[in-house]
Each structure stands twice: as structure tokens, then as C-alpha cells.
Design a protein. Structure first.
Length: 319
């Protein structure tokens, strides 16, 4: 190599005759400070010394940070075996769940069914929008409601899954989202024929379905220990515009239903009654509107924390 050494700027070389045969092609790596050459033995065994000549060359010195003799290797192997045995002992103390595979199979099937259901809703609405244009807004409920009823009723299982510890999802955000959606679906839209032909139904259903297109397959793959990074990114990014838009669409549907409930008196509690009080359902809806936006804020905050956890910069482990 060309370099500056004891003989000034010159070409320097050296030759080492190893004790036993080595692989003919060493691995070389050049850094700013030095040249690293890794030579591999042909046979993995212990050498008495490095070179054939008994006296070590003057320019050759061992790197004791990486030096390993036979006794050190035996100690290292013994430590690894002990660590493996201790790990097996700890794992044997942890009680095994006999229903582990059954639970995993149930979660996979649940998420798969929900994904297929919301995929059908999204594709159906998208195709109708391209074919019919704005006219598809007015009969969305009559076309899609049966499948939406099924999916949202099935979604109640997510609350049960969280309650019994089958999943690690926090209970409060799940309850707020699922019961909030079902309130809009069954009470606001399902009970009023006048609401079922309004364009806002299209936007409520469309925003709900897009969110679930990424959420359910993400959970389904997580059940079998698979993480697909593009899907993870979509799962924790798509909700940023869609959650506020979905909340806004739900709020619009509630606001549009208030005059209808006032006119019909549906679900209002008038006198006389055992409590001797009058409860106007439109007033309840006005209070619910405040709770709706608080719920959107709580879910938004929860999902933002999850996004930082899954997509934020990874912390380096201290050695």
C-alpha cells in the first residue's frame, strides 16, 4: 500500500505465513484510520500460534479486546447455555393459555369478516358514485344500510373483547366510537325515514368505511405476528383527516334531525310520567352534540399517541 511510515512516503508491504491453511479471499475494509483485513480459517479449530515461525514478527501484535483463547471460549459457551436454561425455566413458570390458538383464530375471523363487510360497503358506494353521480347520495341508506347494520352490530364485540382482556385496546375509546356510531345509525338515521334520503348519509357511511379498510386488516395481520409497513403507516395516518370529517358528518346528521324530532315528538318524554318531568329529545341531541365533539377529541388524542408510538423515531438502546 502507498503510505507515509518509517521510510517516509513509500510503498509498504508485509507477508504472513499462517500456521494452517486459510481461505484464499480475505475480506478487506478501508476506514479513515486503518485498513481491516479479515482472514478466515479453512477449518474451525484452535491453533497453537498464528504463524509457522515460532517467533512472532516484530510488527505483529495481538488485539486483546478481541483476543479469545480456548478457555475463554468454553466459558462463553457455558454462559450462553446457562442463559438458555434460565430462560426455559422462566418460560416454564408462566402458565400456558390452553385457548391461545382458539382466541387467535376468533380474532382473525372477526377482523376478516369486518374487513370484507366494510370493503363491500366502500366498493358498492364508490361504483354507484361513478355510475350515478350525485343521485347515488339520495338512496345510500336503502342500498347500504343492511350491511352497515350488520357490521356495526358486530362491532359491539370489540367492547366485549376489551372488557375480558382478549385485546389490549383501551376500553373508553372503543366504547365512545362504537356506541356513538350506533347511536347515529340506529337512532338518527334508522328511526327517521325523512333522514334516510338525505345526502349526509353517504358521507357518514363513506368516511366510516374508509377508516375500517385499513384498521381491520392491520389488526388481522397483527394476530399472526405480521407487520406490513405501508399498511401500518396507512392505519395510523388515514384517520387524521377522516376522523374529523366523519365527526362533522355525524354532527350534520344530528343537526338535520333535530327539527324532525321536534315536529314528531319522537323519543320525547312528556307529562304525565312516573318522574313527572318533561324531557324533549331534541334537547338531548343538543347535549349529545357537545359529547360528540369531546369524543372526537378523545379518540384523536388516543390515536395520535398510538401514531407516535408506532411511527415515531425509535429510541436507541443504551449499551
Amino acid at each position: 500500500a502507498q503510505g507515509h511510515g518509517a521510510k517516509g512516503d513509500n510503498i509498504y508491504e508485509f507477508e504472513i505465513e499462517f500456521l494452517e491453511p486459510v481461505e484464499p479471499k480475505p475480506v478487506c475494509r478501508v476506514t479513515q484510520r486503518q485498513l481491516n483485513i479479515t482472514v478466515q480459517k479453512k477449518e474451525s479449530n484452535w491453533w497453537e500460534r498464528l504463524t509457522k515461525q515460532e517467533k512472532r514478527p516484530l510488527f505483529l501484535a495481538p488485539d486483546f479486546d478481541r483476543w479469545l483463547d480456548e478457555s475463554d471460549a468454553e466459558m462463553e459457551l457455558k454462559e450462553k447455555e446457562e442463559e438458555k436454561i434460565n430462560k426455559m425455566k422462566i418460560e416454564s413458570r408462566v402458565p400456558k393459555d390452553p385457548f391461545k390458538h382458539l382466541k387467535k383464530g376468533y380474532l382473525i375471523m372477526y377482523n376478516l369478516v369486518q374487513f370484507l363487510g366494510f370493503s363491500w360497503i366502500f366498493v358498492n358506494m364508490t361504483v354507484r358514485l361513478f355510475i350515478l353521480g350525485k343521485d347515488s347520495f339520495y338512496d345510500t341508506f336503502h342500498t347500504i344500510s343492511d350491511m352497515m347494520y350488520f357490521c356495526q352490530t358486530l362491532a359491539l364485540m370489540e367492547i366485549m373483547n376489551s372488557l375480558i382482556g382478549l385485546v389490549r385496546s383501551p376500553l373508553i375509546p372503543s366504547v365512545m366510537q362504537i356506541l356513538g356510531r350506533n347511536f347515529v345509525l340506529f337512532v338518527i338515521l334508522g328511526s327517521l325515514e325523512e333522514m334516510q334520503s338525505k345526502p349526509v348519509v353517504f358521507f357518514v357511511f363513506y368516511f366510516w368505511s374508509i377508516i375500517e379498510l385499513f384498521r381491520y386488516p392491520y389488526y388481522m395481520l397483527s394476530c399472526i405476528g405480521i407487520e406490513w409497513k405501508p399498511l401500518t403507516w396507512l392505519r395510523y395516518t388515514v384517520w387524521i383527516p377522516l376522523y374529523p370529517l366523519g365527526g362533522l358528518a355525524e354532527a350534520v346528521s344530528i343537526v338535520q334531525s333535530i327539527p324532525i324530532f321536534s315536529e314528531t315528538g319522537k323519543f320525547s318524554l312528556g307529562l304525565p310520567n312516573p318522574l313527572n318531568v318533561t324531557i324533549q329529545f331534541p334537547f338531548v341531541l343538543q347535549i349529545y352534540l357537545i359529547a360528540l365533539f369531546l369524543g372526537v377529541f378523545v379518540n384523536f388524542r388516543h390515536l395520535y399517541k398510538q401514531r407516535k408510538h408506532h411511527l415515531g423515531p425509535k429510541k436507541r438502546k443504551m449499551k
